[in-house]
Write a protein that binds this ligand. Sequence first.
Ligand SMILES: [Ca+2]
Length: 268
Amino acid sequence: MIAAGLALAGSAVLVSSSLVSSAAPAQTQPPPETRVPVLSATIVARYPHDRTAFTEGLLWHDGALYESTGQERQSDVRRVSLADGKILAKARIDPAQFGEGLALWKDQLVSLTWHDGIAHRWDVRTLKPKGQNRYTGEGWGLTSDGVSLLQSDGSSDIIVRDPLTLAERKRVAVTIDGRPLRDINELEYVHGALLANVWHTGFLVRIDPKTGKVGAVIDLRPLVAEVAATDREAVLNGIAWDAKADRLFVTGKYWPTLFEIKIAAEPR
Ligand SMILES: [Ca+2]
């Protein structure tokens, strides 16, 4: 069952789906009851975002955003200007494929596809194709810890892959209060932790990539409320980190706004 709030397997703390009106998307539901700290975030800045972009992957590199988008016939990988949201360069993905997560590995971008088991490689400067890798299972989010690629597939697993071949090295199960947390979506490796969107929720989770344990829930419902999307699939998705300036960016599918945020150190 896809229920409101964070989908905790076998959990008694789920917000009952009967409480969810059809006009209230799941991503406006309150945080789950959890022993994990729930942190707020302040909005540092707002930037324009392409409201036709079905955002699946987002990262920052060398002064620009890189974004991958989904939906058949509309999937691409693009370089985007932060200041005005303009697309500076774009590489189209095979129209039969549904683009998914995006990561940088050295001078190449690696982008996933949802059901095709194909990872595309792109020259990060020219966005010219540089080859493909095969993998099994669904492709959702992708990031790099500098050693491996870390991938989500909609389950509670983080799949650790060889960055050159996409071969699976190991899996880490994401848990919150000891229970699996599924629907892990877009990823970003930040300060040694893994930040992740949880599909159809207004939250990020901060995961210890070694143990899979969620150490914090970040409540971004104020951003969801500000965007006030009417499309049920226009959910919070997309996390990018500018490591040099320590800036954290988030956006959503079809969102008109990309936010720079700062996560609170302590719960209120
Ligand atoms: Ca990302």
